[in-house]
Design a protein around this ligand. Structure first.
Ligand code: ADP
Length: 478
């Protein structure tokens, strides 16, 4: 409650009327402050009156009987003050109402009985002070209690002429009765207004709480529903996942078996075609030899496709074995160049093998067969998708890896397809709209193999300019 810019007296008064810390509710605290400030004024006046009496002598400004009455009222004021500081506001106000009413009547009666030389005996002016208890009641007590107190005060005033005929009704009705009645009506109206406002605020609060509770319940219900839904979906997804895994395994098993079943007769076809083409089984006409050449090429192509299927099935089934050996990278590059060279020659393409900084002494330990397979695949593709210029095959060290590069000056790959060319069975329709040849599995298998070898494959390409495949492989693997 410490405030800046307030006078020391104001701060002292604020400190005096401040209720105890045990009074927690803000509205109780402010009511307690109001009652305490209402007590301080009259109490100070009473103390001043007693001081004046003590200084000026009996009867000079204050009659002896007034001193007695005020003296008797002071302890009640003190009690009310202590009570409101502890937050017992209703009891404090009731004590104040009763004590101040009794004080006013006592002063009036003592005047009428002639104990107070300062008053005319028939004067009823002291009774107007009965508005004070009514106002006090109106600030804290209920409307009903305020009405009760006001009626009691007026009734008590009206009883005075019966007990003391010296006071007339004309005197009372024009004076104290009128004033007390008017002030009571105003106080009760104000109290009614205050109660109504409080009632409305409480109703608003109750409605808000009810609304919030409904919203919370609704939220809870939604959450529960969501949880059930998520649980159901999770179960469904897990089941679907199991089924997918099973189906994938079944597919891999099927492919592995089928590929094997297909490869055996195909190898026989290729073998016997070779025997016939070498004329070991008897003479052939030119036409028969040409057609057997077509059978041989088609069979080999088919065998290539089946081999890729078999590779992928093996990798997916986790059955791929790893066969490490230490070998010279330059030799491998030369070997791939030699295998692909004839194909490049057929298309009139140059094929360049660049040993790079590895030179002839670059050795790595890896699965040579798999590295060879990747490079054959990429170089074969490079030749397949290039019509002019040539293909370059290079290797260079790259930290713990060796980086192979297969570059071509071919048709290139459109930007929107680059992200998908490693997907299974993915083929791009050529720039000339030509029908793609192959399975769309070569890059998938190559990347999986590269990952198995501790590396990866990336690609850079520009349509109409060419492509560059970058393959990394760990230099020490296995
Ligand atoms: P495929 O066996 O059909 O060639 P790949 O997986 O090897 O399958 O290649 C997928 C697709 O990527 C190819 O159909 C082709 O469109 C594109 N592609 C691969 N290599 C190149 C390249 N060097 N230049 C242009 N396109 C390429």
């Amino acid at each position: 409650m410490e405030g800046t810019g307030r006078s020391p007296i104001r701060r002292l008064l604020d400190g005096v009327v401040e209720p105890a810390a045990s009074v927690r509710r803000p509205e109780d605290r402010s009511t307690a402050r109001l009652i305490a400030s209402m007590i301080i004024g009259p109490a100070a006046l009473a103390v001043a009156a007693l001081a004046a009496w003590a200084l000026t002598g009996p009867g000079a400004v204050i009659a002896n009987v007034e001193v007695v009455v005020i003296g008797a009222a002071l302890p009640f004021f003190a009690a009310a003050f202590m009570l409101c500081r502890r937050g017992r506001n209703r009891m404090a106000v009731w004590i104040l109402v009763v004590a101040s009413s009794c004080t006013v009547f006592a002063l009036q009666v003592s005047a009428l009985l002639g104990y107070n030389p300062l008053y005319k005996p028939h004067d009823a002016v002291v009774l107007v002070f009965l508005v004070v208890p009514v106002v006090l009641a109106g600030t804290v007590l209920s409307r009903r209690e305020t009405v009760l107190i006001a009626v009691a005060e007026v009734a008590a005033i009206l009883l005075v002429p019966i007990a003391m005929p010296v006071v007339t009704y004309e005197l009372l009705v024009g004076g104290p009765v009128l004033l007390v009645t008017v002030v009571s009506i105003l106080t009760v109206s104000f109290s009614a207004y205050r109660e109504r406002i409080e009632h409305l605020r409480r109703a608003e609060l109750v409605a808000e709480i009810a609304e919030r509770r409904t919203a919370e319940m609704e939220l809870g219900r939604h959450r529960d529903e969501l949880e059930v839904l998520v649980r159901e979906r999770t179960v469904g997804l897990e089941r679907a996942m199991d089924e997918l895994l099973e189906a994938n395994e079944a597919k891999s098993r099927f492919l592995a078996n089928m590929s094997h079943e297909l490869r055996t007769p195909l190898n026989s076809i290729i073998g016997f075609t070779g025997v016939m083409r070498q004329r070991l089984a008897g003479p052939l006409t030119e036409e028969q030899s040409r057609q057997l050449g077509m059978v041989d090429r088609s069979s080999r192509h088919l065998l290539g496709l089946i081999n890729q299927l078999l590779d992928l099935a093996r990798i997916e089934a986790g059955a791929e074995t790893f066969d490490p050996e230490t070998f010279a990278v330059a030799d491998l590059l030369d070997e791939v160049g030699d295998v692909i060279g004839p194909l490049a020659d057929v298309k009139g393409l140059s094929i360049t093998v660049d040993h790079g900084p590895l030179g002839d002494h670059g050795y790595i330990t890896s699965d040579r067969g798999k590295v060879r397979q990747i490079l054959l695949n990429l170089t074969g593709n490079a030749v397949k998708f290039t019509e002019r210029g040539g293909v370059t095959l290079a290797a260079t060290p790259y930290g713990d890896l060796v980086l192979f590069t297969v570059s071509d000056s071919g048709i290139g790959i459109p930007d929107d397809e680059i992200a998908h060319i490693f997907d299974e069975y993915r083929q791009v329709i050529g720039a000339e709209g030509g029908k793609p040849i192959g399975t769309g599995l070569g890059l998938t298998v190559s990347r999986r193999l590269a990952v198995l070898l501790g590396g990866d494959i990336e690609v850079e390409s520009e349509v109409g300019v060419g492509s560059r495949f970058l393959v990394t492989v760990a230099t020490k693997c296995g």
